[in-house]
Ligand binder design. Structure first.
Ligand code: TXA
Ligand code: MG
Length: 331
């Protein structure tokens, strides 16, 4: 466990930030907490360092990485910038769990997988903020899981997936959202959400005052390269139950683990992983990825997961469930 260090998420220890910054500037990798999930970071301006991210995660080379920044000056340094009006909007949403794809500038082929664009976000977590500030570098960071596994919400999950292949893992406790950032791009006068996430589509619409479409809604919308891979998936089989009745029946018939709300867990009569109340979807989101890992560690060969309302963060929850089940449902 020699590469794991506990760090205060509110007032990050200076020496630790110093040590992590040295690693970043020396071309190494550091895993750190963010408000969404843990990230696996390297200097975004160093292609060789970014290559290590792909190696450590076992990530496909054609899947670009989000670049984390700390201010608008840095945004200008890695992108072709935003119009004045749009910048005002981003001043309202950042720092936070929203990523935007823009035309790139001064940034290598590796983190962007050779695209003309770069995905950027300003995280609302003191640890990456201090790390970017101290190292003076934008930090490229995908989620810190082994490729294809659920994103890590805890440092212990980073260790479980990546072990000693990372130079340093900063353990700042649980990530507060538990699902990744929302990835959006501008297309003409519209916003396309390439990946639903912690920042709700409703809030994007309200703040940007533009038409918002979710990628996949129409055949011609561009798809984020990462969305084509099997993702967030447990190793065991997982099935979605669209109604209470279906969940109860599937749990009665099979030797399965139930994953769902406290409301339904009381009714299914089988061992359950409770995600939280249906009335608090933020809590459900936080417990979702860890529940997939629990299923894998359990004695069951399959799981049944309940369906949630696709409102607010519920859209991201249902998107991740669809990825994890591979579209399988109980009849
Ligand atoms: O919350 C998050 O976004 C976390 C934390 C660490 O910031 N990061 C994260 O990164 O989830 P990752 O690499 O697991 O997912 C990034 C997504 C992928 O689906 C990728 O294809 C997409 O963003 N993406 C990155 N650059 C892109 C680009 N230039 N154009 C379109 N999609 C892009
Ligand atoms: Mg990921």
């Amino acid at each position: 466990m020699d590469n794991v260090r506990k760090i205060d998420p509110v007032v990050p220890n200076r020496e630790l930030i110093e040590e992590a910054s040295r690693i970043i500037n020396g071309g190494g990798t550091v895993a750190f907490p963010t408000e969404t999930v843990y990230g696996l970071g390297a200097n975004a301006l160093d292609d060789e360092a970014c290559k290590k991210i792909y190696e450590v995660k076992g990530r496909q080379q054609d899947n670009p990485i989000i670049v984390h920044i700390n201010d608008f000056e840095q945004l200008e340094s890695v992108t072709q910038g935003l119009s004045g009006k749009m910048r005002e909007k981003f001043e309202r949403v950042w720092p936070g769990p929203l990523t935007v794809v823009l035309k790139k500038r001064n940034i290598g082929l590796v983190p962007t997988a050779g695209l003309e664009t770069v995905a950027v976000r300003m995280p609302a977590h003191r640890v990456p903020q201090e790390l970017i500030r101290r190292s003076g570098k934008p930090i490229a960071a995908p989620s810190a899981n082994k490729s294809g596994r659920p994103s890590p919400v805890y440092a212990s999950e980073v260790l479980e997936d990546l072990g000693q292949k990372v130079d340093l893992i900063l353990d700042g406790g649980a990530s507060s959202f538990g699902v990744e950032s929302t990835v959006m791009m501008f297309k003409g006068d519209e916003i396309v959400i390439l990946r639903p996430g912690a920042f709700s589509a409703e809030d994007i619409k309200k703040i940007f005052e533009l038409r918002v479409t979710i990628s996949g809604d129409t055949p011609e919308t561009p798809v984020s390269p990462g969305m084509k891979y099997r993702h967030y998936a447990p190793e065991k089989e997982l099935f979605l139950a669209r109604s209470e009745e279906k969940a109860i029946e599937a749990c009665r018939e099979g030797n399965v683990l139930f994953i769902g709300s406290s409301e339904l867990a009381d009714k299914v009569g089988t061992e359950s992983v409770v995600l939280g109340s249906r009335k608090d979807l933020y809590n459900v989101a936080r417990n979702l990825f860890p529940s997939f890992r629990k299923l894998d560690r359990s004695r069951y060969s399959a799981g049944i997961i309940e369906s949630f309302e696709e409102k607010g963060i519920g859209l991201a929850i249902m998107n991740r469930i669809a990825k994890a089940t591979g579209g399988r449902e109980v009849k």
